[in-house]
Ligand binder design. Structure first.
Ligand code: FAD
Length: 579
């Protein structure tokens, strides 16, 4: 089938219509720059809409003693020494302005009776600094940004899948993709490109992302364009995701369940947190509870379906209905289970990519000229553990910054380089994908990748397991040559899944190779063969797809003032559990 190839020219192309991409596009339009924003799903339903708990900024509306310096210190402390202090400081300093901007654009965050913005605790924050809109903060932010972008005349192409960044001599000049409905090829020619295409947590069997989100596309696009990836092994596993029904596996069970008194038990009825953290029990930190759940399941003390039990049946029904209404509804809707009568079955679920594309700490420029990365696909802010509520703030703060940077880059460009061969190669890649004939289908291969990552590079990792996982990824890679991709009247989803698989394979390899190199346990990364932190590995690990040895990038020191604020005893997270 010979398909049409459309060409579009725009000053800046933004790939991704979640909070980060939208905020970048808004900044560009506000500066009078022509911008086109593309996403593989509809702009009002990007992954950002799932965010629940809130967005952080040291506004001090509830706790006037809060400061941006303390926000920076809390972020650094939670990152186990691997966050970049410059990135952290910019985030903390600019977050209050970002919130005010959202409010000016019509975002309706919760307020107190006197009109102050309400702020609540969220994980290991010293003060209440998380703004929220009920349990739907992400949706409210997404709605606000889409509305603002529409008002400003941002150009959108929804349902457009980007398969390649177009690069010549280390400088980006656009991207190539196709329309998911009718397969029309799209060549975008641009002075600068902002990559805001999300993370890679969907490459595990249980993930809090939906099916075709966070499949590692951003990492593949960037790496094949010549960018380094950084700290790909650092993935946050949320301790409690649903395990059945299959199609809902991984869906988050909010930490508020434990906050309200939910008890974790293994299949023998044992309250096992007594062995892992006898003081804080179920209110222990996210990484410790995830590790405890994983250990119980792997040791054969889990349920038949492979989970542990999270029980609220001892709580008053009215309390469950009033304090956990969303969870009550979620289990009724998805599993036909009344959580006031029966325990939930849960297991750790891949939740957030701390690693991703290497960016400059302040500008978020990548290794490729004219290419910027922002949001969950970028790195630097979270180190080895993300502080809840910081990623939405990151999207808004650094979205503005990359918009500004891309605008300046575009204005300063004398001539846009192009390369017909790069465009032709991107087209041929799709042609050869469509020409494949064989017996393998894409979906089972995607599942195979998820199985490998779950079994060999999950919450707990070992050298043998990781090495075996790499071998299995090779087998899946070989099987892709016998894939058959079917496009039909229903659209080009199968082709999109094939590219999702490509992204997942690259992201999986980067994750496992980086996890092998990080021979220590730090934050979210647990190597049971190297159970302690190793000071020599207080570095960021950078990866390239050519199989070369990973490089160790030293982490800069924080300023003395912020370092001092980051000290002190561990915070009690009771009453602070959210997502
Ligand atoms: C259940 C849940 C709850 C959360 N709660 C919170 C919270 O309370 N607070 C907080 O700070 N964070 C929270 N997070 C994390 C936060 O939601 C995300 O990190 C953030 O929304 C990421 O935004 P983003 O703009 O970087 O990417 P996304 O919102 O993931 O958007 C990615 C965009 O890229 C597009 N895209 C991807 N690949 C391609 C391709 N190949 N071609 C074209 N387009 C492509 C997608 O269509 C999409 O538009 C939560 C996450 C989950 C899953």
């Amino acid at each position: 089938m010979q398909l049409e190839e459309q060409r579009r020219a725009t000053s800046v192309l933004v790939i991704g219509t979640g909070a980060a991409g939208l905020r970048a596009a808004i900044e560009l339009r506000q500066r009078g720059v022509d911008v086109t924003c593309v996403g593989k799903r509809r702009r009002d339903d990007a992954h950002t809409v799932l965010a629940a708990g809130g967005i952080n900024a040291a506004l001090g509306t509830m706790d006037p003693e809060d400061t941006w310096e303390q926000h920076a210190a809390d972020t650094l402390r939670e990152a186990y020494g691997l966050a970049d202090p410059t990135t952290v400081e910019i985030l903390a300093r600019e977050a209050p302005h970002a919130i005010h901007e959202l409010v000016d654009w019509g975002a309706t965050f919760q307020t107190e009776e006197d009109g102050r913005l309400s702020q609540r605790f969220f994980g290991a924050h010293r003060y209440r600094r998380t703004c929220f809109a009920g349990d739907y903060t992400g949706r409210e932010i997404q709605r606000t940004l889409v509305r603002r972008a529409n008002q400003l005349g941002v150009g959108f192409d929804d349902d457009t899948y980007i398969t390649r960044l177009l690069v010549r001599d280390g400088r980006v000049f656009g991207a190539y993709g196709f329309d998911l409905e009718d397969g029309t090829r799209r060549v975008y020619l641009a002075d600068a490109v902002v990559l805001a295409a999300g993370g890679h947590t969907r490459i595990w069997r249980r993930s809090s992302s939906r099916r075709d989100e966070n499949t590692g596309d951003a990492m593949r696009l960037a790496a094949l364009a010549g960018c380094r990836l950084r700290d790909m092994e650092l993935v946050q596993f949320h301790p409690t995701g649903m395990i059945w029904p299959e199609e809902a596996a991984g869906t988050l069970v909010t930490e508020a369940v434990r906050g309200e008194g939910g008890i974790l038990r293994n299949a023998a009825g044992e309250r096992f947190m007594e062995r892992y953290d006898p003081e804080r029990m179920e209110l222990s930190t996210r990484d410790r509870v995830a590790l405890a759940n994983d250990t119980e399941i792997k040791a054969g003390r889990g349920t038949e379906r492979g989970g542990v039990l999270l029980d609220v049946t001892h709580l008053e029904r009215e309390l469950v209905l009033s304090r956990l209404p969303r969870m009550y509804r979620q289990f009724v809707d998805l599993a036909m289970l009344d959580i006031t009568q029966q325990p939930m079955e849960v297991a750790p679920t891949a939740h957030y990519s701390m690693g991703g594309v290497w960016v400059d700490a302040a500008t978020h420029a990548t290794d490729v000229e004219g290419l910027y990365a922002v949001g969950e696909c970028a790195t630097g802010l979270h180190g080895a553990n993300r502080l809840g509520g910081n990623s939405l703030a990151e999207c808004i703060v650094f979205g503005r910054i990359v918009g500004e940077q891309a605008a300046q880059w575009s204005a300063a460009l004398d001539a846009q380089v192009r390369d017909r061969r790069a465009i032709a190669a991107a087209g041929e890649e799709i042609d050869s994908m469509l020409a494949l004939r064989g017996e393998a289908f894409v979906r089972p291969l995607q599942r195979a990748v998820r199985d490998v990552m779950t079994d060999h590079c999950g919450v707990v990792r070992t050298e043998n397991g990781l090495a075996a996982g790499l071998g299995k990824l090779d087998e899946i890679r070989s099987a892709t040559s016998t894939m058959e991709i079917r496009t039909d009247i229903a659209g080009f989803d199968d082709l999109a899944h094939a590219f999702d698989l490509e992204g997942s394979l690259l992201a999986a390899r980067a994750t496992i190779e980086s996890a092998r190199q990080r021979r220590e346990s730090r934050g979210c990364h647990t190597r049971i063969d190297f159970p302690r932190q190793d000071e020599r590995l207080r570095v960021n690990l950078t990866w390239r797809p050519d199989g070369s040895v990973l490089e160790h990038e030293p982490v800069r020191a924080a300023s003395a003032a912020i370092d001092a604020l980051a000290g002190g005893p561990e915070l009690d997270v009771a009453g602070r559990l959210l997502e």
